[in-house]
Unconditional design. Structure first.
Length: 287
């Protein structure tokens, strides 16, 4: 376990557990507040999604003339989900009081491309900056996506705001069945969540900024991201004490969509020797 500290804020990293964040909290006027919370004993507070985010139908897709069959890696689901990096140990490559870097090397297997995934964590005051990098070490092009899966605290009065243009409709198998424009009551109303009900949604056209309001904690959490994280997943169960707000670069079952006939920016392709990079900033504050 690695601890980063800055002022009144601490981040606990667990590289051996899928390059995960185990905790992130600050000491506020009324005591400690967790900015990220483990959903349960099996899921850490945040983990990376590499080399793709979300589900691939039955773990199968075709790319560049070959069929890829991935194992179902989240039983009892029949689909492959979130790639390989979140379920494998990472190696620490650099560490200091405010910074830490780690990486994961993936040899060809069911996912037939060799790649290295890297994360860099920087804690400045209360802001946590997470840099992600995915490098294709194979001799051929590789389909790809990336993102983060953070579990934020959720209170009964929590609200989430984010500018998006469309929402993907999900079927009973949690795979997309189409998309529809998001209609807001007013141009300034970007609320995606309010109240205690469940939500499991994939949004596109995200402006790469979101705000989580926690009235009971007298706090807010701002989320900002860079390209290519143009999609946003929001997930929470009924009356859960967490909500996932996941910046991602590919939509559900992306590799089974045809970019020439479906809306653009569904996933990325990395040339041999090239890298896909992005950054996510989580900035909490007391109000």
């Amino acid at each position: 376990m690695i601890e980063l500290a800055s002022g009144d804020t601490w981040v606990m990293l667990d590289p051996a557990r899928g390059g995960a964040i185990a905790g992130y909290y600050s000491r506020g006027p009324a005591g400690s507040v967790d900015w990220l919370v483990p959903a349960d004993s099996l899921r850490p507070a945040c983990f990376p999604l590499l080399p793709f985010a979300s589900r691939i139908r039955n773990g199968e897709f075709r790319f560049s003339g070959q069929t890829v069959q991935l194992p179902a890696n989240n039983p009892p689901e029949q689909h492959a989900i979130h790639g390989q990096a979140w379920q494998q140990p990472w190696v620490v490559t650099r560490q200091s009081a405010h910074h830490a870097s780690c990486e994961f090397h993936h040899p060809p297997g069911a996912w037939p491309w060799r790649y290295v995934a890297r994360q860099k964590f920087t804690l400045e005051d209360r802001t946590l900056r997470i840099n992600l990098e995915l490098e294709n070490l194979s001799s051929t092009i590789m389909p790809a996506g990336m993102g983060l899966h953070p579990y934020f605290p959720r209170t009964p009065r929590t609200q989430i705001y984010a500018g998006v243009t469309s929402r993907w409709q999900l079927g009973a198998d949690l795979l997309r069945v189409g998309s529809a424009p998001v209609a807001h009551e007013t141009p300034d109303d970007n609320r995606l969540l309010t109240g205690a009900g469940p939500i499991d949604a994939v949004f596109s056209g995200w402006v790469r900024q979101a705000l989580i309001e926690l009235p009971e904690c007298k706090a807010q959490i701002a989320i900002a991201a860079l390209a290519p994280l143009q999609h946003l997943v929001v997930y929470s169960e009924e009356a859960a004490d967490y909500v996932c707000v996941e910046p991602v670069s590919n939509v559900v079952d992306a590799f089974n969509l045809n970019p020439t006939t479906d809306p653009g920016n569904l996933y990325q392709v990395i040339a041999s020797g090239d890298c896909l990079q992005t950054e996510v900033m989580i900035s909490p504050r007391f109000v």
